[in-house]
Design a protein around this ligand. Structure first.
Ligand code: AMP
Length: 272
């Protein structure tokens, strides 16, 4: 990977990295298109990172289809699909972890305490291996994006981090590799997330600035669907991820909801 990137750089060509866990959908493909329009070469990493899964999470069932992913990436003009093995990324004796503090806490960090340490460590490794000019991340994983931004600033990693908007299904459901877990009956309750975000947007547009009221309305909406369980609803500063009680300026609204055995996340930036 290093040799290939060096060859490109010696020719003065720019490189964009898109870290992924594969099982590509339109969200991933949209990141690839954006990267292709910004850089001469696009590297997509495909690594199902064991370090970011908790002990009772879906590491072993996480969907995979390497052949299809390779076809899709090639179609999108990706120069290199980088698929390292876990034993190469975490060889025996591995003992260095990157832990980003404040922004890793709360939201998904509460129910997934080691998740962002696994994410920050693997992304740091990928950035050091590939040494791209830019790396692109989806806003679907908003907290992940802020953890990476903080890490890049704190560790002086010379890369430009670019955020890409959330890509949705026609019915509004945020695209995710995990949507494959949803059965026909779970599809409707899965829409409660985007509906709740839109409900909040409407409340704010009508002049409601009360965080607790908006959060309660969201919880009520989600609860009205069978088979749902709210993990969290968060309102706060989009950069520091500190909670806010009042919706002022640009405010992040993020939520995680269990639909049956599948945990879904979604978010929106509320603007006054
Ligand atoms: P994943 O393979 O799920 O780890 O995602 C790889 C990258 O694609 C991350 O930067 C995600 O935020 C991004 N991504 C995943 N789903 C979407 C989506 N629906 N819209 C935009 N970006 C996404």
């Amino acid at each position: 990977m290093r040799k290939q990137v060096l060859k490109w750089k010696q020719k003065g060509l720019s490189v964009a990295l898109i870290p992924t866990m594969g099982f590509f959908h339109e969200g991933h493909l949209s990141l690839m298109r954006a990267a292709g329009s910004k850089a001469d070469h696009v590297v997509v990493s495909l690594f199902i990172n064991p370090a970011q899964f908790g002990p009772n999470e879906d590491l072993n069932h996480y969907p995979r289809d390497l052949e299809q992913d390779a076809r899709l990436a090639e179609d999108k003009g990706v120069s290199c699909l980088f698929c390292p093995d876990a034993k190469d990324m975490y060889p025996p004796g591995f003992q260095t972890w990157v832990r980003v503090e404040g922004v890793s806490q709360g939201l998904c960090g509460t129910s997934r305490p080691e998740h962002f340490c696994g994410v920050a460590t693997i992304v740091a490794k990928l950035l050091i291996i590939v040494q791209p000019d830019m790396a692109i991340f989806g806003q679907k994983d908003f907290q992940q994006l802020q953890v990476i931004r903080r890490m890049v600033r704190d560790l002086n990693i010379p890369v430009n981090i670019i955020a890409h908007p959330i890509v949705r299904e026609p019915d509004g459901l945020a695209m995710s590799s995990r949507n494959i877990y949803l059965d026909a009956q779970e599809r409707e309750p899965a829409l409660s997330l985007v509906q709740a975000l839109r409900l909040a947007e409407k409340m704010v547009a009508q002049g409601n600035r009360s965080g607790p009221e908006v959060i309660q309305a969201i919880k009520n909406h989600i609860q009205s669907f069978s088979n749902t369980k709210t993990d969290y609803v968060f309102l706060g500063d989009p950069e520091s991820l500190k909670p806010r009680r009042e919706i002022v300026g640009e405010t992040l609204l993020a939520l995680a909801v269990w639909v049956g055995k599948t945990r879904l996340i979604d978010n929106i930036l509320l603007k006054q």
